[in-house]
Design a protein around this ligand. Structure first.
Ligand code: CTP
Ligand code: CA
Length: 226
């Protein structure tokens, strides 16, 4: 940590990062998931560690190697991810990049669901998953000082993301454009709008590694003054 070009301005800080999708079991062989690659979260974890932070990276299933000097906590489901995040506290800051499945199967089958000749397809009843970001950002003695969320949005991105920031009580939201010609999910670039209490800052389209560097630098400034 603290090597390369980055100054060690996060030395002594602990930062919690979530990344990747979650996998919600339907039965022992099937799950609900999404196309999150985990790349942005892993890049952020690496950038924070290079500035000297102790980083706990709670990650859903991805095809990535954890960056050097990062404490990786692999999880599968949203409930696992929430437990791992709470266990990682206290932290000075939290960055929630995970694409947490909004729903899980209400009662996963213990046995593999099999086709029955002539029978209709099975219905899968869903139930809401816990909101990890909102839980971590809720006021309380163990709330990290700086809580950052991500929002992949279509349509009126600024307004939707600003509403999300207030609803989840996080400090910053990094909103990025998805759909309509963009290839953010799984792609290498992100187009970020940083939403804070002060307003919206539009960042130019840049590689996910550059987004990570810029965010880590901003976080170091924010955490420096106390
Ligand atoms: N998030 C989370 N736990 C959830 C859902 C979302 O921690 N169960 C976090 C994500 O990691 C992200 C932020 O909340 O930092 C926004 O995720 P998003 O899916 O945009 O928000 P939702 O509240 O799920 O809203 P939507 O219905 O638009 O998906
Ligand atoms: Ca969601």
């Amino acid at each position: 940590a603290g090597d390369g070009a980055a100054p060690p301005d996060l030395a002594g800080r602990h930062v919690l990062v979530t990344a990747g999708p979650t996998h919600e079991p339907i039965d022992p062989v099937r799950f609900l998931g999404n196309r999150s690659s985990g790349r942005q979260g892993y890049a952020i974890a690496g950038a924070l560690a290079r500035r000297g932070a102790r980083v706990t990276l709670v990650s859903g299933p991805v095809a990535l190697i954890a960056p050097p000097a990062v404490d990786l906590v692999p999880v599968q489901t949203a409930e696992d991810m929430l437990r791992a995040c709470l266990a990682a506290l206290p932290a000075d800051a939290a960055v929630m990049t995970a694409a947490v499945a909004d729903w899980r199967a209400a009662s996963p089958n213990v046995l593999k669901i099999r086709k029955v000749p002539g029978a209709p397809p099975p219905a899968i009843a869903l139930t809401l998953n816990p909101d990890i970001l909102a839980t971590i950002a809720a006021p309380g003695p163990s709330r990290p000082r700086l809580v950052v969320g991500f929002a992949a949005e279509t349509g009126d991105l600024r307004e939707t993301a600003a509403a999300k920031r207030l609803r989840k009580r996080c400090d910053w939201i990094l909103a990025n454009e998805v759909g309509a010609g963009s290839d953010v999910m799984g792609g290498t670039d992100n187009e970020i709008h940083l939403i804070t209490e002060a307003g919206t800052e539009d960042w130019p389209r840049m590689p996910k590694d550059a987004v990570a560097e810029k965010l880590a630098a901003r976080m170091a400034v924010e955490l420096a003054d106390r």
